[in-house]
Write a protein that binds this ligand. Structure first.
Ligand code: ARG
Ligand code: ZN
Length: 866
């Protein structure tokens, strides 16, 4: 049954220290857990420990063995009745011996095997799959962990903190003991054992502490860890410079594993990573892989302060650490790369995916109030919208006050488990700003809709903007209040010489409807709203094409220039979905020609050329026909390709040439967006094939995964004749590198062909494919549902059926992965009725599964009640 935020109460017991001894074995791992427990209050209460999928061997209290009559045990809890403690004074010791089966653990929660290695994942509630414990983030203890395993198979035995002891044991076994001096909740516990290659380095912190840096990877992959190591050092330096935050242990370890449900995990001193976010070399990784690795390494590193030193009181507060840490990693990426392009990419993700979540059946505030399965709340809303909320705060109080607020937050709460309110209160104290209305962002869900109108008075030279806001009204949110929203904008006006000049402002929208007056405005301005995307809202502001072109050409704010272009493109796509005869304007081609010959940075031009995605536009049209939407986007693409062909080709060739001279990421992305358009034209279709061949001609300097993959993606979109050969060439070349084969599976799943379903069935039979590996499952099934809208939304319903069939299998293998992959099916509301019916049919089928996991149940209940 679900839990509620309003039900929080502090633990009746504290645990000061945990002494773990783990003897690893594939089927029978033994865990001895010694707990030092104290009562946290005066009342007499039972000690109720969480535990799932663990076998209890024995339990002692103050060195007295307990008999089965003395405690209660069921599938989820071990209860020591209060009568047992009536005589104990102060601290008492509980020793629990349990056994677990890592090999059978395909859910990858708790202790499991990733290939030959043992590893753990405890967030949110995985520690209870290792031993009985008070598995809640506000119970914080120091840990000693002794790991025992066979020495030959598991030369490295790792856990949190500093290594304090090690040695050999009988029968080929050995042990290592670790001590973590920082009290932590058990979700930050980690243990890893395996035979790895180890990359070492060191970092000297600003106060002179020497930290050993260690990255563990599968054997043979050492050279692929260099980029991760560089990223780690950059992150450590950045956090010192920008936030004055230093690392606090003598060692920082990262382990890359192939079987992992998510991106990575910030366990104290021992991060565990999906190998996808560690391993890279110039042959096998794309430019965006490099970017993402750096960002995830930074994210996990930044958690050491925002998450570990100050953690969450309860799981409803997840955004306290995740929203803040995503905001910090976004700032970091913006500093390391183009801030304009980084911001655009953040916004694309938010608009396409988070807005959809906020409009779907699983919509929730960034601080949810009701949870059945916590793993379902590691969402775009908690992470990405959560980061936008922190960014708004930063905008409202300014960078300097924000830093003061962070300092105060750590001063007040270091070593504690706190709430989102505590964070905002620190920000409010430090900035002397009233943030009480701002807190509503934590309790209301849905994307606010802002409508804008303007009036210019020639006589008084005043310009008035009227903004109104509305958050969605639903059964669970009957009366949403007005939010506190920062609106940054620019007024564009010709100056005395007739040149366009711009003036920036920030408005604070706090009412349902509010009018802002600008005085001494010489002529009617053109207004570019939501500079830097200052708030996660949908905006409706009727601006004619001419105004949008003016913004594209003259706004100071790069986000506004980009966004005006996107608004224009969205309006064309919308028109095309309803009107077959709509003639696209020549002005669009002129503007694209201008972009292509502009002096902007290449990566930015590439973003301007990139059309809004299927998902983003689907969220903007009521009950859209997915087929018409796919067609509309294609039509617009072809129109641009034809109209701007000459400049696209010239740019393509220029970038190709530049690429030969040096390695420039932005230039490559501009080249590949040009290729995307050009390959839609019969006259230049063969370019993609040529690019693939060039990137694979055996000359090392040409080998480039970004270019190979871009070429294959283009060929897949048009189902080019050359595609089959290239895909099998790629398969031969990379069959031993599973991370690269994931890209191959993803491209295969996105081919636009009538025979896609036969093709998918064959791919599921591929020797390298297995539903047990989350990366593999996502790269085939996820890529089909997300990147092949034409066939996922096939009018026969076959796409939905395929997805549901895979989810049914994953329900028993790995509920977390199943629950992630179901997203596109539950977001049926944006589509026309005939599709909604087909999608719901599959949801009903899944709902009837025997042994439906809580993960899926929570989502299906919500979707079917909608
Ligand atoms: N805390 C991790 C991170 O953001 C992610 C953990 C995800 N856990 C989960 N059960 N989905 O880096
Ligand atoms: Zn995180």
């Amino acid at each position: 049954s679900p839990r509620f935020l309003s039900d929080y109460s502090p633990s009746d017991f504290n645990i000061s220290h945990v002494n773990l001894t783990v003897t690893l074995d594939d089927k029978n791992t033994q865990v001895v857990s010694e707990l030092l427990v104290t009562k946290a209050n005066e009342s007499l209460c039972d000690l109720v420990l969480n535990g799932e999928h663990v076998k209890l061997i024995s339990i002692t209290l103050e060195n007295q063995a307990l008999s089965a009559q003395q405690y209660e045990i069921n599938d989820t809890h071990l209860t020591l009745p209060s009568s047992l403690f009536s005589k104990t004074q102060g601290e008492f010791k509980v020793v629990i011996v349990t056994e677990v089966n890592p090999e059978e653990n395909t859910a990858l929660e708790g202790l499991f095997k990733s290939g030959e290695a043992f590893c753990t994942q405890c967030e949110a509630e995985g520690f209870r799959r290792i031993t009985y414990y008070l598995d809640r983030p506000d119970v914080m203890a120091t840990f000693t962990t002794k790991v025992i395993a066979n020495k030959v198979n598991y030369p490295y035995l790792l856990a949190n903190g500093n290594k304090i002891d090690s040695g050999d044991l009988a029968e080929g076994m050995h042990f290592v003991t670790w001590y973590d001096p920082f009290p932590k909740p058990c979700y930050l516990f980690a243990l890893v054992a395996g035979n790895f290659d180890l990359l070492t380095d060191s970092f000297t912190t600003s106060s002179g502490r020497e930290v050993n840096l260690e990255i563990f990877v599968d054997q043979g992959n050492l050279h692929k860890a260099e980029h991760a190591m560089t990223s780690l050092k950059k992150s450590m330096a950045w956090d010192e410079q920008v936030y004055g935050l230093e690392y606090d242990l003598d060692i920082y370890m990262i382990v890359a594993v192939d079987f992992f449900n998510m991106g990575a995990m910030e366990n104290k001193g021992l991060n565990v990573f999906n190998s996808k976010y560690v391993l890279a070399d110039s042959d096998c990784a794309t430019d965006s892989d490099y970017f993402n690795i750096e960002a995830v390494i930074a994210h996990e590193y930044f958690h050491n302060w925002t998450g570990n030193r100050v953690t969450c009181r309860d799981w409803f507060q997840l955004s306290l650490k995740e929203g803040l840490t995503v905001f910090r990693d976004q700032q970091f990426s913006a500093d390391m790369h183009s801030s304009a392009v980084t911001r655009i990419q953040n916004v694309r993700l938010l608009r396409a995916q988070q807005f959809a979540e906020d409009a779907g059946p699983m919509a929730h505030p960034i601080r949810p109030t009701k949870v059945l399965e916590m793993n379902n709340f590691y969402t775009l809303t908690v992470y990405e919208k959560g980061a936008e909320v922190i960014r708004m705060l930063h905008t409202l109080i300014g960078a300097e006050n924000f830093r003061k607020g962070m300092d105060l937050y750590f001063k007040r709460y270091d070593g504690m488990a706190v709430t989102c309110d505590d964070f905002i209160d620190a920000m409010s104290s430090a900035s002397a700003k009233d943030l009480s209305q701002f807190k509503l962002w934590y309790s209301q869900f849905g994307t606010p809709q802002i409508n804008v109108s303007e009036v210019y008075d020639t006589l008084t030279k005043t310009y008035q903007l009227t903004l109104s806001q509305q958050s969605p009204v639903t059964k669970s949110q009957l009366d949403p209040k007005a939010l506190h929203i920062p609106i940054k904008l620019e007024l564009l006006l010709p100056d005395s010489e007739g040149k366009m000049a711009s003036k920036s402002h920030m408005l604070e929208l706090t009412e349902q409807e509010q009018t802002f007056t600008f005085n001494d405005v010489t002529t009617k301005p053109i207004t570019a709203l939501l500079a830097d995307f200052s708030a996660p809202v949908k905006l409706t502001f009727e601006q004619d094409e001419q105004s949008l072109y003016t913004i594209i050409n003259h706004a100071q704010n790069s986000f506004c220039r980009w966004d005006a272009g996107q608004q224009l493109l969205i309006s064309y796509i919308k028109r095309l979905t309803i009107d077959n005869d709509f003639v696209l304007p020549q002005a669009l081609i002129n503007s694209i020609d201008t972009l292509l010959t502009s002096k902007n940075e290449h990566a930015f031009i590439a973003e301007q050329l990139q059309l809004p995605s299927f998902d983003e536009v689907a969220g903007l049209i009521d009950k859209v026909s997915p087929q018409r939407l796919v067609e509309a986007i294609k039509k617009l693409s072809i129109f641009i390709a034809k109209g701007a062909q000459e400049n696209l080709l010239r740019t393509y060739q220029y970038c190709q040439e530049q690429g030969r001279l040096g390695n420039n990421v932005g230039t490559r992305s501009l080249k590949n967006i040009c290729l995307q358009y050009l390959s839609l034209l019969t006259t230049s279709q063969s370019l993609a094939q040529k690019q693939y061949d060039l990137a694979n001609n055996g000359l090392v300097q040409n080998e480039n995964m970004t270019d190979s993959l871009a070429a294959l993606t283009c060929a897949a979109k048009i189902n080019a004749e050359s595609l089959t050969n290239q895909l099998s060439h790629f398969e031969n070349k990379w069959q031993d590198t599973t991370l690269v084969m994931d890209k191959w599976f993803a491209i295969n799943a996105s081919v636009e062909t009538e025979t896609i379903f036969e093709h998918l069935d064959q791919l599921m039979e591929h020797p390298l494919f297995t539903l047990k590996n989350p990366n593999r499952a996502r790269s085939l099934i996820g890529a089909f549902a997300m990147n092949n809208p034409k066939y996922f939304h096939c009018p026969t319903g076959r796409g939905y059926e395929f997805l549901a069939a895979q989810i049914a299998k994953l329900n028993t293998i790995n509920p977390q992965v199943a629950s992630r992959l179901i997203t596109p099916l539950i977001q049926f509301k944006s589509f026309e009725a005939s599709h909604q019916i087909l999608m719901k049919e599959q949801l009903v089928k899944l709902h009837n599964l025997p042994e439906l996991s809580n993960d899926l149940k929570e989502k299906l209940d919500a979707a079917l009640a909608d």
